[in-house]
Design a protein around this ligand. Structure first.
Ligand code: SAH
Ligand code: SF4
Length: 341
């Protein structure tokens, strides 16, 4: 049976049209499902019985099965879920001063093969359905009783390799009568799939874009991110420029700090040069070390030196707070531990 969480308001309108029902019911369904978070269709008090029976026949309201739920001393919570087909995925809930944000997974595994990433060690088995992404959020809210205010699409998987399901997810969580998560509170991160960036620039979503750059030149980026061989840095920067021109929105450049790999002063200067004049800000990410991967994190001194060099060059830069490193909360690490057992 299809999950109800796969449908956007537009999809419900189509469904209703096929049934000969009035389109306004789409709004009612969205409201019941996402605002009132019904667990049974019988809770829909302003809807006629025959229609409720139809919904029961067509859709499931099930959430995800929680395999493990860990809470770190810094308040970060990590969830491992089992999907209907037995595959495992994970989400991380972070407590920030501005609210609660969830990091969601978009694929089972990832095909991009970044050499530093635990998710990339397992080939993509399949894309997640929209519902499987939404259910991560709904299940976490249900288990914790917390209202999630921000979403980062930075868990396992390359979101733009699952473009349609991910953008439908964004539309559903942003729906004003539903979960009502503000577009500006939603960020999608890509390893640099240029066709995805181009498509995304045409969506009228007002959501945020982050790009995982992690290296300031092709030679280095080719070594750590194979995607660079298909879409090199010059083309990527050009795509980011066009995105900014089109949307008038600032882009986040993610830069992972890998000890003595990409964290030298030369790299910082090269990065500054690459980004000069662009409406971007750089987010330096402390690396979460993974047992099966040889990369080490940069020391705080090296991160700060890199930060200072960028600042002096006039680049906007921040250092990401470390989240949940105590419970392997970096992308893909919990699942990697399970799968490698
Ligand atoms: N596939 C997308 C989104 C998921 S990864 C992307 O690559 O952008 C989200 C971010 O986490 C990326 O910037 C990725 O490079 C980074 N990341 C991967 N492994 C990490 C680790 N062990 N520690 C910290 N960040 C990591
Ligand atoms: Fe995939 Fe992102 Fe990990 Fe690269 S960093 S392997 S794109 S999840």
């Amino acid at each position: 049976m299809e999950s109800i969480y796969n449908l956007s308001e537009d999809d419900f309108k189509l469904y209703l049209n096929n049934l000969g029902e009035k389109p306004f019911r789409a709004k009612q369904i969205m409201e019941w499902v996402y605002r009132h978070k019904i667990e049974s269709f019988d809770e829909m008090t302003n809807v006629k019985k025959t229609f409720i029976e139809q919904l029961k026949k067509d859709f499931s309201l099930d959430l995800l099965e929680v395999v493990t739920h860990q809470i770190s001393s810094d308040g970060t919570q990590k969830f491992l879920f089992r999907l209907k087909d037995g595959n495992l995925i994970e989400s991380v809930l972070m407590n920030n001063e501005y609210g609660y944000s969830i990091c969601v997974t978009t694929q089972v595994g990832c095909n991009m093969g970044c050499v530093f990433c635990a998710s990339g060690m397992k080939k993509r088995l399949r894309n997640l359905e929209t519902a499987e992404i939404i259910m991560q959020l709904l299940t976490v809210e249900k288990v914790t009783g917390i209202k999630i205010t921000h979403i980062v699409i930075m868990g396992i998987g390359e979101p733009f390799d699952n473009y349609e399901n991910v953008t439908r997810f964004m539309k559903i969580v942003n729906y004003p009568l539903g979960l009502e998560i503000g577009a500006r509170h939603i960020t999608v991160s890509t390893s640099g799939l240029i066709p995805g960036i181009e498509k995304y620039s045409n969506e009228k979503l007002q959501t945020n874009l982050a790009v995982s750059l992690h290296a300031p030149n092709n030679e280095l980026r080719n070594k750590i991110m194979p995607v660079n061989k298909a879409y090199d840095i010059d083309k990527l920067i050009d795509a980011i420029k066009k995105y900014i021109d089109k949307t008038n929105r600032r882009v986040t450049i993610e830069y992972l700090m890998l000890n003595e790999v990409n964290d030298t002063k030369e790299c910082a200067l090269e990065l500054a040069n690459l980004l000069k004049g662009l409406n971007v800000y750089v987010n330096l990410i402390p690396y979460n070390e993974t047992s099966h991967i040889e990369f080490k994190k940069s020391s705080n001194e090296r991160v700060m030196a890199f930060y200072d060099t960028l600042k002096k060059q006039g680049i906007n830069v921040t250092v990401r707070r470390r989240f949940g490193s105590l419970i392997d909360a970096a992308c893909g690490q919990l699942r990697a531990n399970e799968v490698n057992k």
